[in-house]
Design a protein around this ligand. Sequence first.
Ligand SMILES: [Zn+2]
Length: 290
Amino acid sequence: MSLRALCVSVVKKITIQMKHLEKNIMKQLLVISIIGLISLSINAQTDTIWHHKKCTVVITYDDAYDQQLDNAIPVLDSLGLKATFYITAFSNSIQTRLNDWKKIATHGHELGNHTLFHPCNGGKGREWVKPEYDLSRYTVQRMIDETRMTNLFLKALDGKTKRTFAFTCGDMKIGDSSFINAMKDDFVAARAVRNEMHKINEIDLYNVDCYVVNGETGAQMIEWVKKAVETNSLLVVLFHGVNGGNALNVSLQAHSQFLHFLKQNEKDIWIAPMIDVAEYIKNYQSGKNK
Ligand SMILES: [Zn+2]
């Protein structure tokens, strides 16, 4: 091969390699652009949910205890946070401090329905369940009637026609029969007791999961919130006793620390009563506020 022929051949090879290299670069640029577009679209999707915040936290208190009025309400009201109180209508605190409960509704808290007598399925491990309020001895119709009576009672307190329900002891059935199916027109949502959190499209409004507080520290509860922020989820927290009232208790310090953390991070967290959040989820899932 002549020197000239050799040069031509080398130049040809280099040109082919450069073209190949260009193709690869173009391919890589294309892949990067596609990834960029996908992540932009995911961000756009997460930006529009939960009122443009990263997650939602619903604070709930069950059973209606004096300690909730005396220890939880002052902290909530001082921070301007709104919660849901799942009321058992025939509880001691309702009987003795009815006006105080009526008053908290005027502060923007939801009075949720936690039945008339708090019936739970009795049996092994549930020896404390009184025979007259043993859910397994109820008919479905009795459960529906008592729950509707509680709605009527709560309406007399707060004037509201829409509210949410919380299953007592997490019991969703009498024998094999679900009773909430017959009450879907009575409630926008129903809260259960399973410790999980979900994204907006994965939430079952008639089986909303929640984290039950049982002696956790403020730091432990704050970890739940951080997980909700990271996963764009709904976190529902369930308190019973607040420095007393129930064995499922939280200390004043832990309760206050948790609520202050929520307030300090309000730019990332939508904090609202269950009724507001449930209606938002319902609209979102039906495509109305996407
Ligand atoms: Zn309860």
